[in-house]
Design a protein. Structure first.
Lengths: 158, 210
């Protein structure tokens, strides 16, 4: 509308889309150019009217109609919290049962025997003694009982 | 469980429309609710300006968002929710008023002044109840399509390109329509603006004042 050819620039200025230095130049120009000043006055007045009017609407009641028609009864945060709590409770229950079973296993005779076996395996004489060395050379209390080796001649006679 | 955790990502005022649209398209109701809350004021005001009746605007607003939710999967440009929903609102309003298809070239009932209209002092513009009444009345003097285009630009901040897309008009047509709408609005508003004094003496010199 400005016959000065700056209408679109002035519009951008009012919309806050013009960078600082350019905005200052435009405002400075509008002070000396009657056509642009006139246009800028109108653009700013319109903007002010629409802005003032925009802050007065009451719309809070409108969501219910949309939600009902589209089935948008979204799960609220508290329902999600409840779901999460239920999931956590189930998880705790599962873990608790599993842990209890493990604990019971640890106390059971079978488990105790396994542990003894593993300990003995680590202390296997083949790892400590050279081949052919009698186990009686081991120090006492290493976790297995030592007996005299059977002579090969005895096995062959059997 | 992962899905549950993903759904609980917080939605804040900084969450962009694009993200909300994607989440709403994935079925997250809270994201669509956030889009509703973010745009309902605009949409409702736009519809009230087109329909000029508050209760009709309420119904049309609900219908607009209902349609938007039903058609959300069709929205490919996720960051263009606002022009998209205003386009739906415009269709809803025109259907409600049974507005005929608009051909801008045929609209010669302008009464648009050839003169430059004296400009008001923007700092003195105060929208009291009286002025708001005149403002609404001034808008009602515009044809529905022209008014819709003007409102999309001035009130809702859409670009000329977005309006052209919403109306399926060419860019020059959009600019011309908004220009004409502006002149007409100004003509009707001027007598009611506080301090409606002509500031641009050179601009009005030798022209017919309305």
């Amino acid at each position: 509308m400005s016959r000065c050819g700056r209408t679109s620039q002035l519009e951008a200025l009012v919309r806050g889309e013009v960078p600082g230095p350019v905005a200052m130049d435009l405002r400075s120009h509008a002070k000396s150019c009657a056509v642009c000043r006139h246009e800028l006055n109108w653009l700013e007045s319109e903007s002010s009217l629409f802005r003032q009017r925009a802050g007065r609407d009451e719309v809070a009641h409108l969501w219910a109609g949309v939600a009902n028609k589209r089935g948008l009864n979204e799960s609220r945060p508290w329902t999600r919290v409840l779901v999460a709590m239920a999931a956590a409770a189930v998880l705790a229950l599962v873990v608790g049962l599993g842990g209890g079973a493990a604990q019971r296993n640890a106390l059971s005779p079978t488990r105790a025997m396994d542990e003894v076996f593993e300990t003995d395996a680590l202390m296997s004489p083949t790892l400590i003694l050279d081949e052919g060395e009698p186990c009686s050379k081991l120090p006492s209390g290493v976790g297995f009982s030592c007996s005299q080796p059977v002579p090969a001649s005895f096995i062959a006679s059997r | 469980m992962l899905r549950l955790l993903k759904r609980t990502e917080p939605i804040t005022p900084e969450t962009p429309d694009e993200s909300l649209v994607r989440r709403a398209q994935a079925g997250e109701s809270a994201a669509f609710r956030a889009l509703f809350e973010r745009h309902v004021v605009s949409v409702r005001r736009f519809l009230r300006d087109l329909l000029r009746q508050g209760d009709m605007a309420d119904d049309a607003t609900q219908e607009t968002f209902t349609r938007a939710h039903a058609q959300l999967q069709k929205l490919g440009d996720h960051d263009r929710f606002k022009p998209w929903i205003l386009g739906i609102a415009r269709n809803v309003a025109f259907e409600a008023r049974r507005v005929r298809t608009y051909d801008p070239i045929d609209d010669e009932d302008d009464g648009i002044p050839a003169a430059v209209i004296p400009s008001p002092d923007p700092e003195a513009v105060l929208l009291d109840a009286e002025l708001e009444k005149h403002f609404t009345e001034a808008l009602s003097h515009l044809s529905e399509h022209r008014r819709a285009a003007l409102l999309m630009r001035l009130d809702h901040g859409l670009s000329y390109e977005e309006i052209a897309e919403a109306f399926d008009w060419s860019l020059p047509t959009v600019k011309n329509e908004i220009h004409r709408a502006r002149l007409k609005l100004r003509t009707h508003l001027l007598p009611h603006l506080t301090g409606g004094k002509a500031l641009g003496g050179d601009a009005t010199k030798g022209r017919n004042r309305p």
